[in-house]
Design a protein around this ligand. Sequence first.
Ligand SMILES: Cc1ncc(COP(=O)(O)O)c(C=O)c1O
Length: 395
Amino acid sequence: MISKVKQADRMKRIHLSGIRKVFEKVAELERKGAKITHMEIGRPDFDTPSHIKEAAKKALDEGFVHYTASVGIPELRKAIAEKLSRDNGIRIDPDRELIVTLGANQAIFLCMMGLLNPGDEVLVPEPMFVYYADWGEFAGAKTVSVPLREEENFRVRAEDIERCITPKSRMLILNSPHNPTGAVLNRDTLAAIAEVAKKFDLLVLSDEIYEKMVYDGAKHFSIATFPGMTDRTLTINGFSKAFSMTGWRLGYVVANPDLMSALLKVHQHTVVCPVSFAQKGAAAALTGPQGCVDKIVREFDRRRKLVIDRLNEMEGVKVARPQGAFYTFPSIKETGRSSQEIADYLLEEAGVAVVPGSAFGSLGEGYIRIAYSTSYDDLEEGLSRMKAALAKLRS
Ligand SMILES: Cc1ncc(COP(=O)(O)O)c(C=O)c1O
């Protein structure tokens, strides 16, 4: 008799994160006493600014510890609506078009589960933030990769999206600034993509979690503000990156009110509501001084320049100039090794943790992702060790 004590069949199509695999390996080496430079972690290394922590502490002290409205507390929803209007030009009714979620991740999951039918196709530029594909799988949808090209600095092109469209295409995912490549889409590219979305009646999920991290004069644009795009765009954002609040688990989704009840059903039936006192902190993040964000972004830019300069000096490495997020995605093709082999080698030989490009889909093969979300000094040291290790590999 076949035992019924087993996993659901659909879990066979869903993967654990390749990035988490690197974390675990690194943690094991550190337990054994190894000193590792962390260039794998996609999280700012700064503390959450103190006024945000104070607001959450005050909320706890005042007993703000119970369930809140599923969509989030009014104070935070108002602050998000004001932020969207101020920073993005997106005007919303916070009572009808917004849900506060447990991080941007949960916001994306709500959209996939609430809006996709089995067999629908989701267009995702690849290399990609891999969770997108797995969340689609939960909904029974199929991920269709839109290849990104190094020679285009990994910016997705409207014509490449159009080429991948079939009658089953339902949703397009955009992520600008982009994880893992650091690419930023300019206004003209977004305008051309908006035309494709309208022509083929696509939903567009715009993951804008890295919006504040743009450099070299690049600007972030929200596709929801382009003509005819408001109702078909799901704008995703959160607090993890700009305010260094990854552990607070707070994000949000903005959607057309006709789609909201589907998202709310998934939200209520999974998490009920976001964490009460954390929401008070997030409200303070948006209504308080924004200098803390500028400071974080300036430091990332300083590190970005260091990383690009140093990578350019390394043997077998070629790097496109990223304009956003806190990642670079250098090619290691000239080494003749796979991205997994290079990542393993760098960890063992140089004590440097990076993520193999293959963790971002098969089109990420030939590259590694370097996150510059560790201190400048650590980066300098790690990059020197990396340079020596790659030179050794060559000889
Ligand atoms: C592209 C992208 N979207 C979403 C997230 C998740 O953000 P959050 O911590 O708000 O869930 C990340 C985190 O690394 C990311 O890289």
